[in-house]
Design a protein around this ligand. Structure first.
Ligand SMILES: Nc1ncnc2c1ncn2[C@@H]1O[C@H](COP(=O)(O)OP(=O)(O)OP(=O)(O)O)[C@@H](O)[C@H]1O
Ligand SMILES: [Mg+2]
Length: 340
């Protein structure tokens, strides 16, 4: 594989599930070799569907993708040899021990004899599972199980590793341990990692580049710092005492537009407004004065440096937590626009 060619390239991927669920709506991504790429999005955004297509487990309705230089539709067997996959749901056999799981996986990839023994020992050691190696997986903690999943994905030394939500469901301590593990893996020579997550913090911390996915398409891509840097100034979050109606919002938007150094007011639900300000601390008294003049009572005002959540709000038009809540109720992405 040409070292300059992307390790993963997806173009215009479209995937529709029965009942007209458009899981992917022309999704494009490109991952440079040897880097960690984060696919960040709320529940139902299309992350797992993307991973399934890139790992040859599903076919797109249209569009194309190459992984490690091989076309996923024309050369699926070559793609499979080049990749490791850690699915969102654990693939380990709970009734077998950690060591048995690894040995089986190794044999599936053609390892045997001393090479297999050595690789299994190496991975048990690396993922601090040596002491648990003889216990059946059903007795493992969530963190141990997830570490075993990652070890299983690495048995055959893949070029590209897919991690679909590696830390979802882990307690904070196990999550931090997994982050350290992934960061270490990223240092492995040549390994490219595509991870999906719905934790803003996880993408920020691990990925060199991220693509924010919403409703089956990439809404923005870049380094976490560049994305945050695009947002000038501070975010001021205002919580209102009473929800605002449509007329109140229009009135308020007009008034906010006249406050010096303030731009981009987003309404989130009826009671929260996020405003971008060149200087948040200086803007707060002006904002409070303005709201008071138009008769809107404020419960709280907080100033924050731009976060990935602000980036998401800007590009997806709703707060990240809102998008998560939308899909938590229906199990599907909301079709109507959110909170603008
Ligand atoms: N096998 C399937 N049959 C029908 N609909 C599906 C299927 N798989 C996924 N979907 C739908 O496609 C959309 C995208 O799902 P996908 O699993 O790719 O999202 P995701 O970003 O991985 O979400 P999560 O963070 O919850 O894992 C969702 O609306 C989902 O309900
Ligand atoms: Mg998923």
């Amino acid at each position: 594989m040409n070292s300059l060619a992307p390790a993963v390239r997806a173009r215009h991927l479209v995937k529709t599930y029965p009942r007209d669920v458009r899981a992917l709506d022309s999704l494009d991504i490109e991952v440079a070799p040897g880097t960690v790429f984060g696919l960040l999005g709320p529940n139902g955004a299309g992350k797992s569907t993307t991973v399934k297509i890139l790992t040859t487990l599903a076919r797109p309705d249209s569009g194309s993708a190459e992984v490690a230089g091989h076309d996923v539709l024309r050369r699926p067997e070559r793609v499979r040899r080049a990749i490791g996959v850690v699915a969102q749901k654990s693939g380990a056999d709970p009734t077998a021990t950690g060591r048995e799981n690894l040995r089986l996986q190794g044999r599936l990839h053609g390892l045997s004899g001393a090479a297999l023994d050595q690789r299994v020992d190496e991975l048990l050691d690396r993922f601090t599972l040596t002491d648990a190696a003889r216990r059946t997986v059903k007795g493992y903690s969530g963190g141990m199980r997830r570490r075993l999943d990652v070890a299983l994905g690495l048995v055959h030394r893949p070029e590209v590793l897919f991690l679909d939500e590696p830390t979802t469901g882990l307690d904070p301590e196990a999550r931090t341990a997994m982050w350290d593990e992934i960061a270490r893996l990223a240092g492995d020579e040549g390994l490219t990692i595509l991870l999906t997550t719905h934790y803003l913090e996880e993408a920020d911390r691990l990925a060199e580049r991220i693509a924010i996915v919403d409703r089956g398409r990439v809404v923005v891509t870049g380094t976490p710092d560049a994305l945050k840097g695009e947002l000038r100034g501070d975010a001021v979050h205002l919580e209102l005492s009473e929800p605002l109606g449509e007329a109140g919002r229009t009135l308020l938007d007009g008034a906010l537009g006249a406050v010096p150094g303030v731009s981009e007011a987003h309404h989130v639900g009826g009671r929260r407004i996020t405003v971008r300000a060149d200087d948040g601390a200086a803007a707060v008294p002006l904002l409070l004065g303005t709201l008071e003049r138009v008769g809107v009572a404020v419960a709280s005002a907080t100033v924050a440096r731009p976060s990935l959540d602000d980036v998401y709000l800007r590009y997806a038009g709703r707060r990240y937590a809102e998008a998560e809540a939308d899909t938590a109720v229906t199990g599907q992405p909301a079709l109507a626009g959110g909170a603008r």
